[in-house]
Design a protein around this ligand. Structure first.
Ligand SMILES: [Zn+2]
Length: 502
């Protein structure tokens, strides 16, 4: 006997958005009162993640800029970032925690440590008929954006992530990584699939340069927007071709304008992806300029939120990178403002070194206006890694210190603006963030969405006149539906299709 499926399993809206079931909350997050801050309702969420950014970056950036940053007055609290298998998280586990409210192992996207897919706050927003978007300056399939719209056991499976982001019908996707959508036969990384073509057939408008972004006018009812502005990652802000590649602020503005056409509200995640890469490279100037690009994007979000009145903006890094310090080498002053004169990343400066590096002092001076001592020039000439040597010299001129080339495990400040912002006050864990967002915006959001279902449950899925029997894998229906998507018709389950279990 068939019963209409009415369980929480379907609250993951990946393929199911539109299936007529009532999802039950699974982790006690059943209070759905809209938060009212300043007498206003939280209808839109803009979740902004500066990858690798912490208080050390915030302080250096304030000195570098010479005045407070846009977030400084919106500081609310702090949170811990450890992952399920380490006290130092990577971006995959951190993104998963910030997207799903569940700790996982480093490297894992959207699954708990046992491999069970976890509903993301983006997917929960889709279930509330909100429009959704992801914006990044890395590949759009990189760990942080992926954690909001995909579920894979290894962050490096970026081609699989590309497929899932499109299958997930996220309305706006803007970033780099075109090659992860194209087949090898067209120079891409997909074995055979042309995910760009699939996206286009699915109603995505494809764009690939700044002008197309600025002119984009999407009818959200029938269209989505996929902007891939580089084959791989986009450029560091220091080297961005401002005619060709949009800024993070421009991508954020287009994403907001597009998603805001949905009267049910929107969820947008914006990542300043390369602050972290600058931290890994101990490149202080790259870090400051990419924080600046991120700040401009936050300014766009806050300008919109001020005007709109119903938008909650959250800003918080996923972890710290590099163990940056404000002051270094025994000095009693910090001079990050000296980094204003730097016009290239250490990598690009090093690319101009000649074979014997006899021009080290000249090329560094050319891109920094800094006069190097004989000792500093020699440190670059003798270095095994000249890029790191150049970055070390520039950082020490500015008294910006570094203690690691990896992430560190320190707590992270959270900033918030708009109705619901007060809820972020105090001490939290990174897994609390999406729960607070869901609570503020009345989004039903629930971790292990099918935890009541036994592994042996068999579902019958009806699409049109055809019935399919499917089992339950990972205790989660969506994963199984990914498998039945291998049927000739890639969109077996349409909104309005009936789903049964027996
Ligand atoms: Zn990260």
């Amino acid at each position: 006997m068939l019963k209409k499926l009415g369980v929480a399993a379907l609250s993951a809206g990946i393929i199911f958005s539109g299936v007529s079931t009532t999802a039950a909350s699974a982790d006690g997050n059943s209070q759905l009162n809209n938060s009212r801050g300043n007498g206003e309702k939280t209808e839109n969420i803009i979740y902004m993640i500066p990858d690798g950014f912490n208080a050390d970056y915030a302080t250096n950036y304030r000195h570098y800029k010479g005045e407070p940053a846009v977030w400084d007055t919106h500081l609310r609290g702090m949170y811990t970032t450890y992952s399920a298998d380490s006290n130092i998280t990577d971006s995959a586990a951190a993104g998963t925690a910030m997207a799903t409210g569940v700790k996982t192992n480093n490297g894992v996207i959207g699954l708990d440590p046992e491999g069970n897919p976890q509903q993301t706050i983006l997917e929960a927003s889709q279930n509330k008929d909100m429009s959704t978007g992801l914006v990044a300056t890395s590949t759009i399939t990189h760990a942080t954006p992926a954690a909001f719209g995909a579920h894979v056991d290894d962050r490096n499976k970026e081609t699989e992530i590309a497929q899932q982001l499109i299958d997930n019908e996220i309305d706006v996707l803007l970033g780099g990584g075109k090659n992860n959508f194209l087949p090898e036969s067209e120079g891409g990384n997909q074995a055979e699939a042309n995910v760009l073509q699939q996206a286009e057939e699915q109603g995505y408008q494809l764009i690939e340069n700044r002008n197309q972004l600025l002119e984009a006018d999407i009818d959200l009812e029938n269209e989505n927007l996929l902007g891939l502005f580089a084959d791989d990652a986009m450029s560091p802000e220091l080297h961005r071709d401002t005619e060709e590649e949009p800024s993070l602020a421009e991508m954020t503005q287009t994403a907001i304008d597009t998603l805001n056409k949905d009267e049910d509200g929107f969820f947008l995640m914006v990542e300043g992806s390369q602050i972290d890469w600058a931290g890994h490279a101990n490149d202080a100037a790259w870090a400051m300029t990419d924080v600046g690009a991120f700040e401009a994007a936050v300014q766009e979000a806050i300008d919109f939120a001020e005007e709109d009145g119903n938008t909650l903006v959250i800003v918080g890094g996923d972890h710290e990178t590099g163990g940056m310090t404000v002051g270094a080498n025994g000095s009693g002053t910090a001079n990050p403002e000296l980094l204003q004169s730097v016009t290239a990343t250490g990598e690009n400066i090093a690319a101009e070194l000649n074979d014997d590096r006899s021009n080290a002092g000249e090329v560094v001076n050319k891109y920094t206006d800094m006069e190097l001592s004989e000792e500093e020039i020699q440190s670059i000439q003798k270095a095994e890694d000249p890029i790191m040597a150049i970055n070390t010299v520039i950082s020490s001129k500015a008294n910006v210190g570094w203690t690691s080339t990896n992430h560190t495990g320190v707590d992270i400040p959270v900033y918030a603006y708009g109705p619901g912002a007060d809820k972020f006050s105090g001490a939290h864990d990174n897994t609390d963030l999406p729960k607070i967002i869901a609570n503020a915006a009345g989004i039903e959001f629930g971790g292990k969405t099918s935890q009541n279902q036994s592994e042996g449950t068999v579902y019958t899925v009806k699409s049109g006149d055809t019935l399919f029997e499917i089992g339950l894998k990972y205790n989660y229906l969506w994963t199984t539906l990914q498998e039945i998507n291998q049927f000739p018709n890639p969109h077996l389950i349409y909104p309005g299709d009936e789903v049964y279990f027996k």
